[in-house]
Design a protein around this ligand. Structure first.
Ligand SMILES: Nc1ncnc2c1ncn2[C@@H]1O[C@H](COP(=O)(O)OP(=O)(O)OP(=O)(O)O)[C@@H](O)[C@H]1O
Ligand SMILES: [Mg+2]
Ligand SMILES: [Zn+2]
Length: 509
């Protein structure tokens, strides 16, 4: 007998529907899977057999052929187990159930018959929905995540017993429901706040500008001045995630298998802080079955590289292209996969190896300081619009009982500035969403200076020995400073502040 069921596969963050045809006939025992299955798919037989036997069923005798379509796409991993199981019990007549053409089955089987969570469930559910499926059976642990898919009924199942009894109509499972109010509520809440950081008015202002324009930032300063503390709080002053952004980011975390169980949707902008010993592949993404790296997990949020000079050349090298393209493409023999990675890069470092250069306590030799700073490649520095010094806070500042500005207050200004930018670019053929991503031609179009502002920039250009790139960077930041000021024109004071945010170039490099 032939039984057709549906499942879903994964290619990058894109799911695709897979038709599983299972045919059981009275011939010599045999089990074949065709349609580009990988080893994990072929091994499904062993898991299904044990799951059946451990739940009081017998593995069917006879010749079993499974065909997975489309035949030209690789079927990878164990997420097809559940669909194969349903196909097998249907085609062999072990259990009889009604029409399952509007169903999609996703999940891995354990030998005892538990249905185990798999990665990428949200992407697969979206694909199933788009293919017209109405009921999706997923592992219970993935039900919260799957429930974000609208327009379908999602059923979380713990084991094959539950699945069989639901299919045969013996019991009814409550569909998982996504609570949108949780998203609305949570996207504004955070355990940390900018008001936790005392003093550091200059650094806070610089981070506000960075957040408003989506500019990459480098923080330089001696140990214990609050660099990491400041960086961690950047997501709290960025505009809250939109629902669409939340879905994009959640999909990437889901595919990477790092979405916490029972979390339906990421509501806060991600803050990823990979250690400097991380491999370039783990940073950028890759593997034979490509998974997103840290840069994609930071999509729509912040990638924080603490102790930047400790990162290897290869690691910072792999960041260059993704920083420009805001996506990373991984090419494999059979396919290529693209993961989005639009993130704000925030890097921190000490000014020298001992950490105290410029404070009078430095014990490094002049040459060592140079070598230390040289470890940061020019091309990477070039992609960082804002560089700021974070100096020690005084005792008075630390013991100040007055609460500084809260993240919510800063976020309000950041959001207003971003809206100005978005409005400005809305009819541009190269539509962009932040000042940091302006192309050279957009800079010329949107960053016109009056005579006074132009004179200031000329002065800096000559005295700082700026490159053309450095010149453009100052204009981009000046545009953001003006946006925060609510000003359509870039004025002299805006340019002057933007120049300040670049002055370390001359001091350190
Ligand atoms: N401006 C500040 N306001 C309040 N607390 C601060 C401030 N700066 C530092 N601290 C305290 O000092 C701790 C260390 O700060 P943090 O880790 O951010 O320093 P850092 O600059 O990253 O140092 P390192 O260079 O060693 O990484 C913080 O956890 C916090 O408790
Ligand atoms: Mg630190
Ligand atoms: Zn030193």
């Amino acid at each position: 007998m032939l039984q057709t069921v549906y499942s879903a596969g994964l290619n990058g963050v894109d799911g695709f529907i897979v038709t599983v045809e299972c045919n059981c006939s009275n011939r010599l025992p045999k089990f074949d899977v065709v349609g580009l299955p990988d080893a994990a798919v072929k091994e499904a037989r062993e898991r299904i057999k044990a799951a059946l036997e451990n739940n009081g069923y017998e593995f069917p005798e006879g010749e079993i052929t499974v065909n997975m379509a489309p035949a030209d796409r690789k079927k990878q991993g164990s997420a097809f187990d559940t669909a194969l199981f349903v196909g097998l019990i249907g085609s062999s007549g072990i259990v009889s159930f009604g029409d399952v053409d509007d169903c999609c089955f996703i999940g891995e089987l354990s030998l005892s018959g538990d249905i185990r969570p798999v990665s990428g469930v949200l992407c697969m559910c979206i694909a199933a929905r788009d293919a017209g499926k109405k009921r999706i059976f997923v592992p219970a642990a993935n039900a919260a995540e799957a429930s974000v898919t609208d327009g379908v009924k999602v059923y979380g199942v713990k084991n094959v017993k539950e699945l069989v009894s639901a299919l045969s109509g013996e019991t009814e499972i409550e569909p998982a429901v996504f609570d949108m109010s949780i998203f609305e509520k949570n996207r504004y809440s955070s355990a940390i706040d900018f008001s936790d950081v005392k003093g550091q008015a200059k650094a806070k202002r610089a981070l506000e500008i960075a957040a408003a324009g989506g500019h990459n930032v480098l923080l330089i300063g001696p140990p214990g001045t609050g660099k990491s503390m400041l960086a961690k709080r950047i997501p709290t002053i960025l505009p809250p995630l939109t629902f669409a952004e939340a879905i994009e980011t959640t999909k990437l975390h889901s595919v990477a298998g790092v979405l916490p169980e029972n979390i339906s949707l990421l509501t806060a902008r991600p803050f990823r802080s990979p250690h400097h010993t991380l491999s370039p592949v783990a940073l950028a993404g890759g593997g034979s079955n490509p998974v997103p790296g840290e840069i994609s997990l930071a999509h729509n949020g912040v990638l924080f590289l603490d102790e930047l000079p400790e990162f290897s050349k290869q690691s910072t090298e792999v960041l260059r292209q993704p920083l420009e393209d805001r996506q990373v493409t991984i090419t494999r023999a059979l396919n290529r996969v693209t993961f989005p990675c639009s993130f704000m890069l925030v890097a921190a470092m000490n000014p020298c190896r001992c950490g105290y250069y410029g404070t009078g306590k430095c014990t490094c030799r002049e040459k060592d300081i140079k070598d230390y700073l040289q470890k940061i490649s020019g091309p990477l520095l070039d992609r960082i619009d804002i560089q700021i010094e974070v100096s020690s806070v005084s005792f008075d500042e630390l013991s100040d009982r007055e609460q500084g500005e809260s993240s919510a207050q800063i976020r309000e200004r950041v959001t207003a500035a971003r809206s100005r930018a978005v409005e400005r670019f809305k009819d541009d053929p190269d539509r962009i969403y932040s000042n940091a991503t302006m192309t050279p031609s957009q800079i010329r179009k949107y960053c016109r200076l009056d005579a006074k502002a132009s004179a200031i920039l000329r002065g800096a250009f000559d005295s700082m020995g700026l490159s053309a790139r450095g010149h453009d960077r100052i204009l981009r930041v000046a545009r953001t400073v003006a946006d925060l000021d609510g000003s359509e024109n870039i004025q002299a004071k805006h340019v002057a502040e933007a120049i300040q945010l670049r002055s370390l170039d001359r001091k350190y490099w």
